[in-house]
Design a protein around this ligand. Sequence first.
Ligand code: SF4
Length: 449
Amino acid sequence: MGLSGLDIFKKLPKTNCGECKFPTCLAFAMKLAAGQAMLEDCPYVSDEVKAELAEASAPPIRGISVGTGDEAFKTGEELVLFRHEKTFFNPTVFAVLVSDDMADDKIEELVKQANECEHERVGVILKVKAIAVKAVAGDAGKFKAAVEKVKSLTPKPLILMTEDAALMAAGLEAAGDVNPLLYAATEANADAMGALAKEKGVPLVVKASDLEKLAELSDKLTGMGLKDLVLDPSPRTPKETFVDLVALRRAALKDKVKAFGYPTITFPCEETDDEMFETVLAGLYTAKYGGIVVLSHAAQDRMYPLLVEALNIYTDPQRPMQVDSKWYEIGDPGEDSPVLVTTNFSLTYFIVSGEVEGSKIPSWLGIVDCDGQSVLTAWAAGKFVPEVIAKFVKTSGIEDKVKHRKIIIPGYVAQISGELEEELPGWEVVIGTREAADLPAFLRQFSTG
Ligand code: SF4
């Protein structure tokens, strides 16, 4: 961070418009200087000033991309120690480990399991994002064959694991142009491994036996011109890993230690043989502050809780998750299908739409923009009220799609039915259920009654 908050302030528009979520440009400048805000949050900074402020606005933890195309992932770019201070940005990436001494069918089983681990929750796709391929046999041919095998089974980004630069070169050749993460540069191989990563333009893990050596090695590699690093303090005991992860994050954010300004990688799969404990460790490192967590397998019963944990931790606590305000067609609704409305809080939408879908009654589900609040909260805040609902119904085109004029509102806001009918002349307001779980029975009765 080369510039002070006041230096940055001088270059801002000074309109105090608040669009960056800070009350004044000065407050924004101070947060930017402290690494707790992003320059992109101010839409009024010119490209010229953006270039000038690039260093000051760079995240204290560099963002590292691994892989290519739609399957690529990013890790790092975190600004705060605690999510309530702002938000966390790039969720922990889960990877599955295979090795070149495994039989082909074992590799196929593990990769297939990782490929099949995909869940949708509140509109977000949660999945295993990478496969780590480890050279164990010490044979370039075997490592190449394992990398080629994995590549043929999945488009997921690769983490190539060996401390032998010659073996790594063989793995890289087999991987091709897919921007893999190389694991790892150590005190012993830093020159060769750094040169390889630099030549291929790929990210590199830095591994050392303690934080002091890790800092030295990180500085050495950046001195060689490498920018995209990932850190592994490599203690391999749960307590030390936890302590190191917290120390690295604090040093990068609070003490501005540039050598530690990179995301981390952890290996719960190599810290225990107990699968349950491995899952617990993965959960711990997801919370504090593992960028990439490598696991021995991706069985559904461990992955779902881990993926949901990461989703929850990396969701912006200051912005409710929202879905778009519009009419959603559930099933294949026609002009006689039921018309329901609710709010645009993601969880509300996904629970209600799931129950409507489960009813097998094709329906129109209208989502009213209530700043992502749930039904009762939005009603209490004056956002899910008759005028707003009526305006949505009148302007959203539903009157051209159905020939009836009945609208179902959530049972929790039964009290607005009279006023809504006044706002919507010609419409009959039907009071629906309080709980979404009761909607299927309600809709079946509504459609036949
Ligand atoms: S968005 Fe930009 S102009 Fe507006 S208050 Fe924030 S820093 Fe100032």
